[in-house]
Design a protein around this ligand. Sequence first.
Ligand code: IFM
Length: 463
Amino acid sequence: MTTRDMPAASPAPGPEPHAPGRHEFGPDFLWGCATSSYQIEGAADADGRVESIWDRFAATPGTIRDGSSGRVACDHYHRWPEDLDIGRDLGLSAYRFSIAWPRIFDGTSRAPNEKGLDFYSRLVDGMLERGLQPWATLYHWDLPQWLQDRGGWADRATVGAFVDLADALTRRLGDRVKHWITHNEPWCTAILGNYEGWHAPGIKDLRTALQVAHHVLLSHGQAVPVIRANVPDARVGISLSLHPLRPASESARDLAAMERHDGLRYRWFLDPLYGRGYPAATLAQLGDAVPVVLPGDLDVIAAPTDFLGVNYYFPETVADAPGHGPLDTRILPAQGETTAMGWPVAPQGLSELLARIARDYPCGSLYVTENGACYDDVVADDGAVRDVARRRYLMRHLAALRQAVADGVPVRGYFAWSLLDNFEWAEGYTRRFGLVHVDYATQQRRLKDSAAWYRAFLRADVD
Ligand code: IFM
């Protein structure tokens, strides 16, 4: 997300929001929390794990706000039973996690690393023992460095390597894991990592970024039939980070800028996934930077899926800005209420976004696979973390989700981002998104007030 320069949080004013009850979503609605491997696991050298692009990037001075890395993070690799206990005690019905590719393939052997597979197998068993439905994401940004050394996602060979990963994981876990997400937020992989360069691998080249995006989508399309072959009852999807858009003004120039931004930020991913190819106007606007697309690629990318994961954080306000970015557009800094990331707080954007997607694409079921907020949490003398603003954020976004359900949008589940405070990429440990506070010096976990509210919401039907 390109909001690094936005101002710090402005507090949530107003009366206590009205939150829906769990029963209003129906008994089959799925409630979870999400995490990702590099952000929580740590154990960077354990059991044959090799270097990832984030290890290399974080070791480069000036890349991470506090100079930190994910080498230790929340030490979830060793503390996962405690973390899953927390998930169970909150009353979650599902837990979304991701696979660290560098634990599975080390670049020297074609065989997967059994110790890496064993870790995820134990983790999945732990979820099932606690009544948590496992939702596995195959790629949440931690590419092995050895693959980056061969060209990374810009090299078409990485597509095949990803299919090998999908094959190994679904063979090993597919008897127990039925929900598979191929990629998390391909826009971030491509644009933040390879055009803006403030995510690993830190490349700043539009052409590379668009080729990366194409290969990521292609790898999704190639992996879908492999997952289905290995797990006949699998439900397969992909998670995109999406923003509802507003024009900076009603002027024709700002409206046109919003359309251009929409072409790259939203339709560049959704259109090919649902069989429409890349948007023609955007292809023309991008000129020489467009990716190499081989015959048949677009058919592969459009492999039928069972659901779409939507990661929602905030709407973007777009202005015409000649000479700015690939499409002469600029995202304006947020006005009004914001989180500590400087991101606008706009719950209605969630219902609006879900309705638009369901209207425009045959996406089957929708799941909110991430939604959450970062605030500057403080542990009080009594040990409490009174994160009032996050609790309110959650209540208001669940009210917007309830609205989407009432409007007939086929949204079937919600995963809060995140279960734990964790390594927030280029922001290091300076940004906390967790419902559960992590003291990184002691690794102590503490439920914040937002977690207590989510638990009360989730357990209302059973208590
Ligand atoms: O922490 C990230 C996550 O890895 C991907 N989606 C957005 C979150 C908050 O920035």
